[in-house]
Design a protein around this ligand. Structure first.
Ligand SMILES: CC(C)(COP(=O)(O)OP(=O)(O)OC[C@H]1O[C@@H](n2cnc3c(N)ncnc32)[C@H](O)[C@@H]1OP(=O)(O)O)[C@@H](O)C(=O)NCCC(=O)NCCS
Length: 180
């Protein structure tokens, strides 16, 4: 099976450690939705989902980088289906791509009905973490080793998202548009 190391082409040299496969840092988290997590309709609050997304993604980033990390941005979250009180919320986080000091983590969220076992994909989110040293400065992270077609697709798509999120960093693109 082909093994591809992320390096060179897009200027991501400067990594300090051997590469790690995606599976080494993947995360699956499961919780039951309790009444205090929900709105008056009995559906989980979006803010609660975002909190769990941040935690699941941070664990993946910690595992990959073996370092302290900070959330640099959350650029895409959608809520496709509600999750009801009493259902399970399942979060799967994978490192999609590593750049120099930053990592894009993709998080997929599912609901599971404990009586029927029915699972629904409810949320997708992309979170960027930056590894930091003891002084709080960004530090290089190990390359990502890709082994599957899905991992390669996510890797390519992550670069497109990075270009968009950095263009919008601190609303620069919006300012540029308003000045044109
Ligand atoms: C994220 C942070 C470390 C970046 O520091 P910085 O001095 O701007 O660093 P740089 O410009 O050198 O960028 C470092 C990396 O962060 C990435 N980055 C910075 N801002 C980003 C953003 N808004 N979205 C995505 N990536 C970002 C850069 O692309 C770069 O990645 P690379 O090395 O892989 O190419 C800094 O802004 C910070 O500490 N922010 C607060 C983080 C925090 O406290 N989060 C918790 C919620 S408040």
């Amino acid at each position: 099976m082909a093994i591809k190391r992320q390096q060179g082409k897009a200027g991501h040299e400067g990594h300090i450690a051997a590469g790690k496969p995606v599976r080494a840092s993947k995360v699956e988290m499961v919780e039951v939705v309790l009444p205090q997590d929900a709105n008056v309709l009995g559906n989980i609050l979006g803010g609660r989902v975002m909190h769990l997304v941040d935690i699941a993604a941070a664990i993946a980033a910690h595992r990959h980088s073996q370092s302290h990390v900070v959330t640099a941005s959350v650029d895409y979250v959608d809520f496709r289906n509600p999750i009801r009180v009493g259902e399970l919320i399942i979060l799967r986080a994978n490192i999609n791509r590593v750049f120099r000091t930053s990592m894009e983590v993709g998080v997929k969220v599912f609901s599971e009905n404990i009586l029927t076992g029915e699972r629904k994909h409810t949320t997708t989110a992309y979170v960027t973490f930056v590894a930091i040293d003891e002084a709080g400065r960004p530090k290089p992270v190990p390359p990502l080793i890709l082994k599957t077609a899905v991992e390669r697709r996510r890797y390519h798509e992550a670069l497109i998202r990075r270009r968009i999120r950095l263009a919008y960093r601190y609303k620069r693109a919006k300012l540029a548009l308003s000045q044109s």
